[in-house]
Design a protein around this ligand. Structure first.
Ligand code: CU
Length: 340
């Protein structure tokens, strides 16, 4: 642990202050921050708290042969997102935010994703996982105003992802076109408090170097808003690295160790550790229980990344307040979420 508490506090307050000082200044102020005082056109926002525990199970129906069909709608939208205080980013998004929705199915389900491109450039959805070549989201490119239906069987179970695969792919990813695709095993994993964490960066001045790093889209969000977990409860993190330009990213947990399931494709853990390093597109499922209450940091052990936003806290409590949610199930049969 190389980050002193004083430095953390300074970092927590530095970004809002920096932003406040330069409100009203137009154009590039250095450090890769594209700024403008005229941002009435902000159409959407990033909500890491909602994203953390939101799973889209699609619109569910049963096919004639008994297979579960899950239908999703994913729409590309160009939106200006405030990715850090007063830092506005001309994003390309799936369904209006970064990351896109976490799509979830159970192994063997039929997945049907209606893709609408309301953006200004050609795009696709390339899913990781098994599927026919014509469903791979490389060809054809879907032009602005276009529509395509991706359909395949969800397999194998594991933690997958999706992203646009139009050249230059790095730019389409940096602009925000990615999301998580979870395929649950049958029977489901043990019930747990589940959350999704997507590691990313933002190259806000388009020089192919990231200016900020985040978990779930906003630098330092979970420093300001620690994630509450209950002592002794099983916590399961679906961790996906979508950082572009930097070859690796990683995750270090304080005060505990986790069972590590690489790609989530086995129910037998690969490691018991407090540290996992992921290259671009790699992902892993992490499971742990805290024994002691208190505040515990989690962060990139690449200190440049944690200094620039990739850092957060778990707040371990003895009991949730009455209005807090308790454990969430990993049961993939839930069907009340609206697709798209
Ligand atoms: Cu694209």
């Amino acid at each position: 642990m190389n980050i002193r508490p004083v430095a953390i506090v300074l970092l927590m307050i530095a970004m809002p202050i920096t932003g406040a000082l330069i409100v009203g200044v137009e154009h590039d102020v250095g450090n890769g921050m594209h700024l403008s005082s005229m941002h009435n056109d902000v159409e959407s926002s990033i909500d890491p708290d909602t994203f953390l525990t939101s799973f889209d199970y699609g619109r569910v129906s049963i096919l004639e042969d008994g297979t579960v069909l899950r239908e999703f709608t994913v729409t590309v939208e160009d939106v200006t997102l405030e990715v850090a205080p007063n830092i506005y980013f001309d994003a390309w998004t799936y369904n209006g935010s970064i990351p896109g929705p976490t799509l979830r199915a159970t192994e063997g389900d039929r997945v049907r994703v209606t893709f609408l491109n309301n953006g200004s450039h050609p795009h696709t959805i390339h899913f990781h996982g098994k599927h026919p070549a014509e469903m791979d989201g490389v060809f054809p490119m879907i032009p602005p105003g276009g529509r395509f239906v991706y359909e395949f069987t969800a397999e194998p179970f594991g933690l997958h992802l999706y992203h646009c695969h139009v050249d230059p792919v790095a730019e389409h990813i940096n602009r925000g076109l990615y999301g998580v695709f979870i395929v649950d095993p049958r029977p489901a994993r043990e019930s747990a408090k589940e959350m999704v964490m997507v590691l990313n960066g933002y190259d806000t001045d388009f020089d192919r170097e990231n200016n900020f790093y985040t978990v779930n889209g906003v630098p330092f969000h979970y420093v300001r808003n620690p994630i509450e977990v209950k002592r002794g409860e099983l916590v399961r993190i679906y961790l996906v690295n979508m950082t572009e330009f930097d070859l690796i990213n990683n995750f270090h947990l304080h005060g505990d160790l986790f069972r590590l399931y690489r790609t989530g494709t086995s129910l037998v853990p690969d490691e018991f550790t407090d540290m996992v390093t992921l290259s671009q597109g790699e992902r892993a499922i992490l499971e742990f229980r805290y024994d002691y209450p208190g505040l515990y940091m989690f962060h990139a052990h690449v200190i440049e990344f944690s200094d620039k936003g990739w850092m957060g806290f778990f707040k371990v409590v003895d009991d949730y307040d009455d209005d807090d949610e308790g454990s969430s199930s990993s049961d993939g049969n839930a069907s009340d979420d609206e697709g798209g």
